[in-house]
Design a protein around this ligand. Structure first.
Ligand SMILES: Nc1nc2c(ncn2[C@@H]2O[C@H](COP(=O)(O)OP(=O)(O)OP(=O)(O)O)[C@@H](O)[C@H]2O)c(=O)[nH]1
Ligand SMILES: [Mg+2]
Length: 422
């Protein structure tokens, strides 16, 4: 398994502002409130798209902002809500809050989706504040700010294809020529000690994940060499690519190699022996390789298709990749991970904090107070009074008093300063 990662900033749309407006009626100077509500801002939604298998796109595009809701209008018309901003992610993407490391969501199945940050509610227009005591309120609300979050996406990739074969047959070299992976390559055995993964793109726009696995030797199923751990990884792939050194660089007979590896796979159990295989004859650039290939074909029979390649000359590689991609289209993907979407939205956090600046100013911070502040349209006294009531209700006044605030002290919230009044 290899982990692909991306850090991304997401900001949901702000709600549109509600407005203050009045009906115009003949002979009536102020004909009742008529200011409409703002529309809701768009959510940011991540949605699984089975066709994706990397987080590569997020390397270039790290900021996502959903649109704000439309402002309310006169004659009681509401502003339009903004649509959700839907961002496709590959199956197996896990999302974390990058600041707290809090788990946010695990997106696994095709079309599964999660709202990562919520758009702000549209502010209410003055119609909504009318009551018998105040039939013509001069009060409206601004839209609620959309939530914002720095998140980390992690993709646990499970390979579609596993490269299987004796040590030094050229598995790592093959991965290195077909993907951006840079595994260690050398002419001694067990160069590869753990799986390397790479994303392979075929010339016709298809894509799959290839794992280069440690070499197998006789007795692998009993734990000889690196066998056992390695076979566990093969189990999780959909297709085996069986790589052979057709040039017998080390003096072994490729046909014997082929049989030995297949025996190891069968003996391991878990149906590894029955998994679909694509057979690759590597090192075809070497003298004698062609002759060996003919001899090999005679012995395995016509039913087995062999793909001759050379990672040095690159001959045969393109055809091999097409064959792998074609084969994968017929082998279903197993679901990975657990289906789980747990979301605690930042706007649900109600607490606030009070600190003291050097000059004695009290500094008020907290998501909810800041949100209420941003939703207040300070153009009218009615709105200011409403805001003071709201924060008093949250316990802000009591907390300030407890911290020693007295009549006339300055309290700062965002870029706004007000006087504390008993
Ligand atoms: N002539 C020739 N040499 C090759 C070819 N492919 C790989 N080699 C060489 O074969 C040797 C082993 O290659 P690796 O890719 O490290 O082999 P491996 O199968 O990953 O080996 P382990 O990791 O030990 O299991 C290296 O010296 C490569 O340069 C090829 O197509 N032609
Ligand atoms: Mg290797």
């Amino acid at each position: 398994m290899f982990v692909d990662q991306a850090n991304v900033y997401v900001k949901a749309g702000d709600g549109g502002n509600g407005i203050v407006a009045f009906r115009r009626e003949k002979y009536v100077p102020k004909g009742g409130p008529a200011g409409g509500d703002g529309g809701n801002g768009g959510n940011i939604v991540f949605k699984v798209d089975e066709g994706l298998n990397t987080l590569m796109d997020f390397r270039y595009n790290r900021h996502f902002k959903a649109q704000r809701g439309e402002n309310g209008m006169s004659k009681g018309k509401h502003g339009k809500a903004s649509p959700d901003y839907v961002i496709p992610v590959p199956p197996g993407t896990t999302i974390y809050d990058n600041e707290t490391n809090r788990f946010i969501a695990d997106l696994v199945h095709h079309h599964q989706e999660a709202v990562i940050v919520r758009g702000g509610r549209g502010g209410r227009g003055n119609i909504r504040f009318a009551n018998p005591r105040n039939p013509a309120p001069n009060l409206s609300e601004n839209g609620e700010p959309g939530e914002e979050l720095n998140i980390r996406l992690e993709l646990k990739v499970i390979a579609d294809v596993g490269l299987v074969g004796f040590p030094s047959v050229g598995k790592s070299t093959l991965l290195s020529v077909v993907s951006a992976a840079r595994p260690k390559i050398a002419d001694y055995h067990f160069t590869t000690l753990q799986p390397n993964l790479g994303v392979v793109d075929t010339a016709d726009g298809r894509s799959f994940v290839m794992a280069d696995l440690p070499g197998l030797i006789e007795g692998a199923h009993e734990g000889v060499g690196l066998g056992y751990q390695f076979l566990r990884h093969v189990e999780r792939t959909r297709l085996i690519v069986h790589v052979l050194d057709m040039a017998s660089t080390e003096g072994r007979d490729p046909y014997e190699d082929y049989k030995t590896i297949n025996r190891e796979l069968s003996n391991y159990g878990k149906l590894l022996g029955e998994m679909k295989q694509i057979v690759v004859a590597n090192k075809m650039d070497m003298p004698d390789a062609q002759e060996q290939l003919e001899w090999f074909k005679e012995r395995v029979g016509e039913n087995i298709i062999i793909y001759p390649i050379s990672t040095v000359t690159k001959n045969g590689i393109k055809a091999l990749l097409y064959a792998i991609a074609d084969e994968l289209e017929h082998i279903p993907k197993e679901p990975i991970g657990e289906e789980e979407v747990v979301i605690e939205h930042p706007s649900e956090v109600e607490s606030f904090t009070i600190a003291r600046d050097d000059d004695g100013t009290f500094i008020l911070t907290g998501d909810k107070v800041e949100r209420l502040f941003k939703m207040t349209n300070f153009d009218s006294d009615e709105a200011i009074n409403r805001f003071s009531r709201q924060i008093r209700h949250m316990g802000v006044d009591a907390a300030l008093r407890e911290k020693g605030a007295v009549d006339g002290d300055i309290v700062r919230l965002l870029d706004f300063e007000f006087e504390f009044i008993e």
